[in-house]
Design a protein around this ligand. Structure first.
Ligand code: ZN
Length: 299
C-alpha cells in the first residue's frame, strides 16, 4: 500500500502580516509553510520538493542570502528539515531514492544536499534557468550552493507527453512504477511544474479524490483558485508579480487550476506549496510508516 505523508519543511514569517494572510488578525504575523510530500513506493521513498535543508540552517546568510532572510524570516528549525522528518519516521536518508521538484527556488531546493544519492527529477527548462542564472531576480531565487554536490539530475522536456484532465505534455516519472507525473505549469519560473500523484491509500471515505496535485508556487493561497470567488491578498499578489518569470503564462495557468478545481474537484485535490491552511487539512490523521510498523514503535 502506498502511503503519502504531508510535511512542512520550512516555516516562514514574512513581513506583511495581514496583507499576506487575509484571515489573520492585524497584530498577527503572516505564516507561510513549505508543503512537501513523502511517498512510500515500491522503488523507495519519493520526496516532492525539499524545503529548507541542514546546510541552509548551518549558514543561512551564505546559503539563502540576506535579502531572502530579511523578507521571509524563515524559522530555520532543524526539526522541520525533510531529512530530520524522514529519520523521525524511522527511515534512513538514503531510503529517499527520488526527489521531484516543482522548481529550483531556494525554498524548494534547500534539502537537496541532505539526500545526495537521490535522483532529482525536474523540467529541463528549470534546470537550465537555475544553473545559468543571469538576471538579478534569478540570482536572488536560485542558490547554486544547494546543488554544488552534483545531484543525479533526471530532466524532462516540457514539450511533449500525455494528456491529464486537460493538461498537456504530462510526463510520468522514469524509474518509478507509482503514478507520479510532472505537469508543466510555467509562469512563476520558466520551468515551473505541478506534481500529480495517484492515491492508492485506504481512506475513511470512499468518495475521496483519486489524485493529489501539488501545484508548487502556481498560486499561494487556496482562495486564488476558488472557482466562484477567486481572490488574493495585496501582499501575495504583489510578491507573485515581482518574482514571476512569465506573467501571462502564470495567469493562464492559475485560471486553468481554477477550472480544474471547478470541473474535477471530486477527483483531484489541489494544494500549493506555501498555504498553511491547505497543509492543515492533511495533518489530522497521518498514517504510520512501514518502518514504524516494522520496529513496532509508538508514534
Ligand atoms: Zn516557493
Amino acid at each position: 500500500m502506498m502511503r503519502i505523508h504531508h510535511l512542512n519543511c520550512g516555516t516562514m514569517q514574512p513581513v506583511g502580516g495581514r496583507l499576506i494572510n487575509g484571515n489573520r488578525l492585524p497584530f498577527q504575523t503572516a505564516r507561510l509553510i513549505c508543503h512537501c510530500l513523502l511517498i512510500e513506493t515500491d522503488q523507495g521513498l519519493v520526496l516532492v520538493d525539499t524545503g529548507v535543508g541542514l546546510r541552509d540552517i548551518a549558514n543561512p546568510g551564505k546559503s539563502l542570502g540576506r535579502e531572502f532572510l530579511l523578507l521571509n524570516r524563515p524559522r530555520l528549525d532543524l526539526a522541520e528539515t525533510a531529512v530530520r522528518q524522514v529519520t523521525g519516521l524511522g527511515y534512513a536518508a538514503d531510503d529517499v531514492r527520488h526527489i521531484v521538484l516543482t522548481h529550483l527556488d531556494l525554498d524548494h531546493a534547500g534539502g537537496l544536499p541532505d539526500f545526495p544519492k537521490a535522483k532529482v527529477h525536474l523540467h529541463a527548462t528549470e534546470h537550465q534557468s537555475a544553473t545559468r542564472a543571469s538576471t538579478r531576480t534569478e540570482r536572488f531565487r536560485y542558490r547554486a550552493g544547494q546543488w554544488a554536490h552534483g545531484p543525479d539530475w533526471v530532466t524532462y522536456h516540457p514539450t511533449h507527453g500525455d494528456h491529464w484532465f486537460g493538461f498537456e505534455a504530462v510526463r510520468q516519472l522514469r524509474g518509478i512504477s507509482a503514478d507520479i507525473a510532472l505537469i508543466p505549469l510555467p509562469g512563476h519560473t520558466h520551468g515551473h511544474a505541478g506534481v500529480a500523484v495517484r492515491r492508492h491509500e485506504k481512506t475513511e471515505s470512499t468518495t475521496s479524490p483519486h489524485w493529489l496535485l501539488h501545484a508548487g508556487d502556481a498560486y499561494f493561497s487556496q482562495s486564488e483558485i476558488d472557482p466562484l470567488t477567486p481572490r488574493s491578498t495585496p501582499g501575495l499578489s504583489l510578491f507573485q508579480t515581482l518574482v514571476q518569470a512569465d506573467g501571462p503564462a502564470r495567469h493562464r495557468n492559475q485560471a486553468r487550476l481554477r477550472e480544474l478545481a471547478q470541473d474535477h474537484g471530486d477527483q483531484i485535490e489541489i494544494f500549493s506549496a506555501h498555504d498553511p491552511d491547505e497543509l492543515d487539512r492533511y495533518r489530522q490523521d497521518e498514517p504510520r510508516t512501514d518502518a514504524q510498523e516494522h520496529h513496532g514503535r509508538a508514534r
